[in-house]
Design a protein around this ligand. Structure first.
Ligand SMILES: [Zn+2]
Length: 157
C-alpha cells in the first residue's frame, strides 16, 4: 500500500514556502556574519573580501528566498483562480471536446498511475497524460477525490 502520507502532502504544499523563509533567514545571517567577519579580522586586506562575500551570498539568498515565497504565494493564487475558472467552465456546456462536463454524468480525469481523480482543468493534472472516466467508476476503482480541485461526486439519481 503506497498511501500518500499527510506530512508528505503538507511538505509538498508548503515546502517552497518553508525553504524560501529559510533562505531569507540564512541570507540575513550571512550578511550579519559578513559584518562580524570584518570586525573580527585583524588583516585589513581580508576585510573587504569578507564583507563582499558575506553580503553577496546573503543578498543572493534573500533574493532567492523571496522569489520562492513569491512563487509559492502566486501559485496558490492561480490555483484558486483556476479552480474558480474550472467551476465556471463546468457550469456551461462544453461542446468543443465532446464532453458533457461535470454536470452530465460526473466525468472526471485520472492521471496515469495516479490515485486521485480530478475535475477537468485541475492544476495537479498539468503535464500529465490523463484518461477520462465516470466518477462512480473512479470511486469503484478505489480512487479518491482530489483534495485540491474537489471533484463533485453526484449522488445516484
Ligand atoms: Zn485535482
Amino acid at each position: 500500500m503506497s498511501r500518500r502520507r499527510p506530512w508528505a502532502a503538507f511538505f509538498g504544499a508548503f515546502g517552497p514556502f518553508i525553504l524560501g523563509c529559510a533562505f531569507v533567514a540564512g541570507g540575513f545571517a550571512a550578511i550579519i556574519l559578513g559584518y562580524f567577519g570584518v570586525s573580527g579580522t585583524v588583516y585589513v586586506g581580508l576585510q573587504l573580501p569578507y564583507l563582499v562575500s558575506g553580503v553577496a551570498v546573503g543578498l543572493a539568498l534573500v533574493v532567492l528566498g523571496s522569489a520562492l515565497v513569491m512563487t509559492h504565494a502566486l501559485s496558490r493564487q492561480s490555483r484558486l483562480l483556476r479552480r474558480l475558472l474550472a467551476e465556471v467552465q463546468s457550469a456551461e456546456p462544453l461542446d468543443s471536446q465532446g464532453s458533457q462536463g461535470l454536470n452530465g454524468n460526473g466525468t472526471v480525469l485520472v492521471a496515469r498511475g495516479g490515485k486521485w481523480f480530478h475535475r477537468p482543468g485541475c492544476l495537479l493534472l498539468e503535464g500529465k497524460s490523463t484518461r477520462r472516466m465516470d466518477s462512480r467508476e473512479a470511486e469503484a476503482g478505489g480512487l479518491t477525490p482530489c483534495r485540491l480541485c474537489d471533484p463533485v461526486v453526484p449522488a445516484e439519481a
